[in-house]
Design a protein around this ligand. Structure first.
Ligand code: SF4
Ligand code: SF4
Length: 367
C-alpha cells in the first residue's frame, strides 16, 4: 500500500498553540492559569471559555490567530479618552469569554461556542491571521494602535502577546479591553506589551458577578484592575448601567469612590448605556437621567473625568464588521479548511491534523 510522509508544520497555517500558563496538577489533569476560572482539565476536555483543550496532558489554545471580527475607529470608541486622543485603532477579537453576561450583545463572538466547536472538530472555515499579517494590516490601514476587544482577550492571550510584541516593534500602541477576571500571572505577562487596559467594573455586588460567572467576586476583579495600574499600564474603567441590576445610587457611588482611591481622581470613568439583549431583552434601555445621575455621583466622589455615553450600549455591540468585509486584501487570508474525514480522531475533538502540523504527533504513514 502506498504511503507518504506528512509535513510536520505548515508555515503560516493554523495550528494548535500551547496554552501560555498551564501547570500539571495530576497524572492526566492540567490547570490553565490564564483566567481566574483556573480550569483543571483532563485529556479531551475544554475549558469554560471553550478555547483551550487538554490533549494528553498538555493544554492548547484552539483560537490562536482565529479572528472573528475586525474594525477600525477612533481610540475614544473603546472607550479610552486619556491615551493618545485623536488616534485610530484597528480592533480585533476572537471567540470565547470567561463570563456569560445576560445582556451581552455579542454572543456569537464572545461565547463563540459554535465557532470553537467547529475548530475543535476540524470543520472550521474561520479566518486565520498570523500576528505579522495582522500588524501589517494595521500599518496598511494607517492606524496608530491595535485593540484586543469584542471577546475576552485573556482567553487567547498567546496570540495577543505575539501580536503586541510585533506591534510595539513597528511603533503601534496596544489596547486590551477586558472584564479583568484574570490571574496576576497573566497580568504580569501584559507588562511592557499592553499600553492601555480598558476594564469593566460591572458592579460592586458579588451576586451580580456570580450570576454571570459563578466563580467571580468583586474583589478579584478590582484587585486585577489595581494590579494592572501598579504594573504601569494606563487604566480606564467602564460601567454599563443596567436598570434594576446595577443602577443603585449607592453602588454607583462606591464604584466611583473605589476608582478615586485606587486609580486616582484623574482616572477616567466611562458610564455607558445598556440596551436590551438576550436574557435581558425585557429590561428597558437605561434612561439618560440615570446615566447623568451616575456622572454626578462620580464627580461628587472626586472624579475629574466622567464620560457618559447615552447613544451606545456595550462595547461588544454591533459595531464590529466580519473579517473580509472591511479591509482590502483580507480576502487573501487563510481559511481553516475542513479536515478530511479520514484524518480525524477521538472524543469528538477532531484535531489530529492540526496536531500533526504542529509536530505533536510522530511522523506517520497515511494509507
Ligand atoms: S482561559 Fe480561563 S476559562 Fe479558558 S481554559 Fe483557561 S482558565 Fe478556563
Ligand atoms: S459582555 Fe463582555 S464580558 Fe460579558 S459575555 Fe459579553 S464579551 Fe464577555
Amino acid at each position: 500500500m502506498a504511503s507518504e510522509e506528512i509535513p510536520v508544520a505548515v508555515e503560516g497555517a493554523y495550528r494548535l498553540m500551547p496554552t501560555r500558563l498551564q501547570e500539571k496538577i495530576g497524572d492526566d489533569k492540567t490547570r490553565c492559569n490564564l483566567c481566574l476560572w483556573q480550569c483543571g482539565l483532563h485529556h479531551g476536555q475544554r475549558g469554560y471559555c471553550q478555547a483551550h483543550v487538554n490533549r494528553n496532558g498538555t493544554l492548547y489554545n484552539l483560537s490562536y490567530g482565529i479572528v472573528s471580527a475586525i474594525d477600525i475607529g477612533p481610540i475614544e470608541s473603546k472607550p479610552v479618552r486619556h491615551y493618545r486622543p485623536g488616534t485610530r485603532v484597528l480592533s480585533v477579537g476572537s471567540y470565547g469569554c470567561s463570563f456569560r453576561c445576560g445582556g451581552c450583545h455579542n454572543l456569537d463572538i464572545s461565547w463563540g461556542t459554535e465557532a470553537l466547536d467547529q475548530l475543535a472538530r476540524g470543520q472550521s472555515k474561520a479566518a486565520f491571521v498570523t500576528p505579522e499579517r495582522l500588524v501589517q494590516a494595521a500599518i496598511d490601514s494607517q492606524v496608530q494602535g491595535i485593540a484586543f476587544t469584542y471577546s475576552e482577550p485573556a482567553v487567547w492571550l498567546e496570540y495577543v502577546l505575539d501580536v503586541a510584541e510585533i506591534a510595539h516593534e513597528r511603533g503601534l500602541y496596544t489596547v486590551y479591553v477586558s472584564n479583568s477576571f484574570v490571574t496576576d500571572e497573566a497580568l504580569s505577562l501584559l507588562k511592557g506589551k499592553i499600553d492601555v487596559l480598558c476594564s469593566d467594573i460591572k458592579s460592586m455586588s458579588d451576586s451580580f458577578y456570580q450570576a454571570i460567572c459563578p466563580r467571580a467576586s468583586v474583589s478579584q476583579v478590582l484587585n486585577s484592575i489595581k494590579t494592572a495600574h501598579d504594573l504601569g499600564i494606563h487604566v480606564e474603567t467602564r460601567t454599563n448601567v443596567i436598570p434594576g441590576y446595577n443602577d443603585d445610587e449607592r453602588e454607583l457611588q462606591q464604584i466611583a469612590e473605589w476608582i478615586v482611591r485606587n486609580l486616582g481622581d484623574d482616572s477616567p470613568w466611562h458610564v455607558t448605556r445598556f440596551y436590551p439583549a438576550y436574557r435581558l431583552a425585557h429590561v428597558p434601555a437605561t434612561p439618560v437621567e440615570t446615566l447623568e445621575r451616575a456622572a454626578t455621583l462620580g464627580r461628587q466622589a472626586g472624579l475629574g473625568s466622567v464620560y457618559v455615553y447615552a447613544d451606545k450600549g456595550c462595547d461588544c455591540a454591533d459595531e464590529n464588521a466580519p473579517v473580509g468585509d472591511y479591509l482590502p486584501g483580507w480576502e487573501s487570508l487563510h481559511e481553516v479548511n475542513q479536515c478530511a474525514e479520514s484524518c480525524c480522531g477521538e472524543e469528538g475533538i477532531l484535531i489530529t491534523r492540526y496536531e500533526r502540523e504542529a509536530g505533536l504527533l510522530p511522523r506517520a504513514s497515511v494509507k
